[in-house]
Design a protein around this ligand. Sequence first.
Ligand code: KMH
Ligand code: ZN
Length: 281
Amino acid sequence: MEKLIITAAICGAEVTKEHNPNVPYTVEEIAREAKSAYDAGASIIHLHVREDDGTPTQDKNRFKECIDAIRKVCPDVIIQPSTGGAVGMTDMERLQSTEVEEESLKHPEMATLDCGTCNFGGDEIFINTDNTIKTFGKTMMERGVKPEIEVFDKGMVDIAIRMNKKGYIASPMHFDFVLGVQMSASVRDLVFISESIPHGSTWTVAGIGRHEIPMAAAAIVMGGHVRVGFEDNIYIEKGVVAKSNGELVEKVVRIAKELGREIATPAEARQILGLKPFLNK
Ligand code: KMH
Ligand code: ZN
């Protein structure tokens, strides 16, 4: 079986310090959390950024500051900025995160591409129209950014397949199944959705809340990959908040080791995902 790629979604846009005081807002806190996850075995950092007061932002300069700070402490990690941002942001606001340049990268290696509209609790709707998806897909293709296709239900897999056929998303596609927001998060759901993607695609699963670790364990056995982190879940066990994102990654590493699945380094993750080797100057 392929080595296991662990993505750490260290911050998110919705979770706050009121939920868990260790949720990072400042540049320093974001770098600290990225390092804790990287040291524990994460090869990808899924990145949202905040203002110092916790307000979510897609500001290009803030992304640049955070990416530079992460790069100092995690020299070869894959940084995957969110283009989802927070509910209510405009498309152009959201796409700014794909513009950020690093010393050795013209654009980020990866970014998220949300392939459909879904309910986000209460009256919140996370809007991704067909035109949004086309614009984001085309822009990422032009910038050489590999999309991680975020799907919250099986219909979004079908949208991604249609966009792929129309030339807005390149093959092989890489999917993240976000289970427990709109679609439920059972092993049956994971088997169904992972068998619905084109042959040759790769996938990871982000189980939300109490579903995080059970979905991770299922993915480890099934040959998929795993995403954990404060964006999706703040607890290390029932009622106990995690001290760091690294603590959540460590838990996945322990389970993977027990189940005989080795952990991918960032270089190995790049190979599995078809990214270019990373030459950090
Ligand atoms: N915060 C959500 C509205 C992504 O990163 O692409 C969107 C989200 C998905 O988190
Ligand atoms: Zn996200």
